[in-house]
Design a protein around this ligand. Structure first.
Ligand SMILES: [Fe+2]
Length: 320
């Protein structure tokens, strides 16, 4: 069978298109604004609103996979509060409509961090909102988590922000914290049970948008016990294989405090990133990759799920 994985399409609907300059408007400090602009233009992605064509091109090049996993980040999240913002929700709905029109019930979708919201780069604006969590099911029909048994493999999709909630603690609205925490307890218990009930000759293939969640997942004894049966963990979030390589090199670095929540969250994730190895992390790049390298694309694997052999992943580059 052919498995297709796409991640981080960051589709921009008309309402988000109308917010050009949204990122710099969210940063008050002029020096930080200049730094963010240099990072965007020089490396990351100069115009985040200009890449809707990439998903269509990937779908046209992959007309008939047997199973498709979309690994999160369907909108631009230009208000930084995820799907609770109507413009972001509209972008994500349009993006998923396109994916479902192409693949129907062959599509399994995972929530990314931008579906739920997170602080803007440097700006400290926004964050996860509980309404965004609710809209994940009610508007996008994405379940909190899912599992699918395929031959000798169990595929599991998890919501990385919810699993990594302690890393987002400072970005939550205090009144919503108990709601998030109780939802996290419920979902973690269900994920632990799904991992625990894997048969002795089954392999686990995890889909988790943001690898920040992995050390939190490793805190579950049910997960630790099953790590020898871990085939791979498909992540998104980092967009570029070069960034994923850098993150691996920086694994274990000290946490940086006092320079803003984004830097603290990223450095704390890298501080714990040695756990990624146990989960056999593999990046599905965004369609664009980094602006400077244009190293994005998608992943496919032609494999026999009845056999417990390593899945032969292929990264296809999308020229632009
Ligand atoms: Fe993303």
């Amino acid at each position: 069978m052919r498995l297709l994985v796409v991640s981080d399409p960051h589709w921009a609907g008309p309402a988000e298109q109308a917010r050009r300059g949204y990122e710099s408007r969210a940063i008050r400090n002029p020096l930080q604004r200049a730094l963010a602009a240099a990072w965007r233009r020089g490396f990351w992605l100069a115009d985040p609103l200009a890449h809707n064509d990439k998903l269509d091109r990937i779908l046209a090049l992959n007309p008939d996979p047997d199973l498709v996993v979309a690994n999160g980040d369907y909108s631009v999240d230009s208000a930084f509060v995820g799907l609770s913002d109507d413009a972001c929700c509209d972008s994500a709905e349009r993006c998923l409509r396109t994916l479902r029109a192409a693949y129907g019930d062959r599509l399994l979708a995972v929530a990314g961090d931008h579906e739920l919201g997170k602080h803007s780069l440097f700006g400290g604006v926004g964050g996860p909102r509980f309404e965004s969590w609710q809209r994940l099911g009610s508007r996008l029909s994405i379940p909190a988590w899912w599992q699918r048994d395929l031959g000798r493999h169990r595929l599991i999709g998890i919501p990385s922000t919810l699993v990594a909630l302690p890393a987002f603690e400072k970005e939550l609205l205090p009144a919503e914290t108990p709601l998030w925490e109780s939802e996290r307890r419920r979902v973690l218990a269900e994920i632990a049970a799904a991992v625990d009930s894997v048969g002795p000759d089954q392999r686990i293939l995890l889909f988790c948008h943001d690898p920040t969640a992995l050390p939190f997942l490793a805190a579950l004894p049910e997960v630790r016990r099953r790590l020898p049966q871990w085939e791979a963990t498909l992540i998104g979030h980092l967009h570029s294989p070069a960034i994923a390589g850098l993150a691996r090199a920086l694994a274990g670095m000290p946490e940086i405090r006092g320079l803003g929540s984004t830097l603290r969250r990223y450095s704390s994730a890298l501080h714990r990133a040695r756990a990624w190895e146990d989960f056999r992390v593999r990046l599905c790049p965004s369609p664009t990759g980094a602006q400077a390298l244009k190293d994005g694309g998608w992943l496919t694997a032609d494999w026999d799920p009845e056999r417990a052999e390593p899945i032969p992943w292929r990264h296809h580059r999308l020229p632009w």
